[in-house]
Design a protein around this ligand. Structure first.
Ligand code: 8YV
Length: 314
């Protein structure tokens, strides 16, 4: 459970079983699976097809997180389960983190901190870094979080371009129909696209080459969007200048080769992890759950769940 407070509040209000506390979860589900109607999970923990199928009476899932790539869509839709999530409330903190990682990677704040702590300052000056203000920012995924990143970048006097599957109507920012063209145009490429099969390894060796030797990559979305082996290579041979990464292909095990690079800033998937945002996410998890129990509907429903429900009810 991502937030101890949420676990406590759920236990106070409902009759809760924590699956991960069962010594043998599969055996437990085989024996008791038909007793459960509601599941609370998180984008990090997810929900597998096997667990969904072991819960024949499941009505709703309330997930802590905006990403839903770890929830098995096919199994949930097949069983007519409605799925709630927590969009909107974390946009500001995730966008703040994207800017933080960008500034750190460009201005080398963490590297400067290491330099001071290692006592190197008295032996010489810290090397010059890269200016952030006034540069060109490319955003992969101009959704709610991408728009908030753009707002912040605007405050830094940046020009903003983006790539999505389709241009966003009325967006003031420049649409690039290909990611390659966006990467070629921008100085900084920030990933705020959803994870899942459709975006897997979109940022590959070619895109990194287009970003170029002065370019910086920031990822606050999903590790799966980047071909991490290609990224390591690009960071090692100077194909790009640096990166700021909050997410990784295999969490919590970033590639050892990434840890060895000094031109990358690494954080432990913490972009939404402020007290304020985690509280707001927990409130939405509770709200989704209580509304689903009372009315069978959700406050914030995952798009494919809402579509499946509309089709069924039509
Ligand atoms: C969460 C996230 O920290 O919302 C998401 O999709 O990835 C993060 O905000 C994480 O999923 C909690 O498990």
């Amino acid at each position: 459970m991502p937030l101890p407070e949420l676990a406590r509040e759920l236990a106070e209000r409902y009759d809760v079983t924590v699956l991960t506390e069962q010594p043998d979860a599969t055996a437990f589900l085989a024996q008791h699976g038909d007793a459960f109607e509601y599941v609370v999970t998180s984008a990090g923990v997810g929900l597998s097809a096997d667990v969904v199928r072991a819960l024949p009476r499941l009505r709703c899932v309330s997930s802590f997180g905006v990403g839903f790539d770890s929830l098995d869509k096919a199994a949930l839709v097949a069983q007519g389960v409605r799925v709630g999530y927590t969009p909107g409330v974390l946009d500001a903190c995730v966008a703040d983190m994207a800017m933080g990682l960008l500034i750190d990677a460009a201005r080398r704040i963490s590297a400067g901190d290491r330099f001071v702590r290692a006592g190197q300052w008295s032996q010489g000056r810290f090397a010059a870094t890269t200016r952030v203000s006034g540069k060109r920012m490319g955003i992969l995924g101009m959704g709610r979080i991408g728009s908030q990143v753009a707002q912040r970048a605007h405050g830094f006097g940046m020009q903003i371009g983006y790539h999505n599957r389709h241009a966003v109507p009325d967006s003031p920012h420049t649409y690039h129909a290909s990611l390659h063209s966006l990467a070629q145009w921008c100085d900084f490429l920030v990933i705020t696209a959803a994870g899942g099969g459709a975006t897997r390894h979109l940022v590959d060796a070619d895109v990194l080459k287009a970003l170029g030797p002065q370019g910086i990559l920031v990822n606050v979305a999903r590790g799966s969007v980047v071909d991490e082996q290609a990224l390591v290579q690009a960071l090692q041979d100077g194909t790009i200048a640096g990166a700021g990464l909050d997410v990784f292909e295999d969490e919590p095990h970033p590639l050892p080769a990434l840890l060895a690079q000094d031109n990358v800033v690494l954080t432990p998937h913490m972009a939404s992890g402020t007290h304020e945002t985690r509280r707001a996410m927990a409130d939405l998890v509770l709200h989704n759950l209580s509304q689903c129990i009372e009315t069978g509907t959700l406050v914030e429903e995952v798009p494919w769940s809402a579509q499946a429900a509309a089709t069924t009810n039509a």
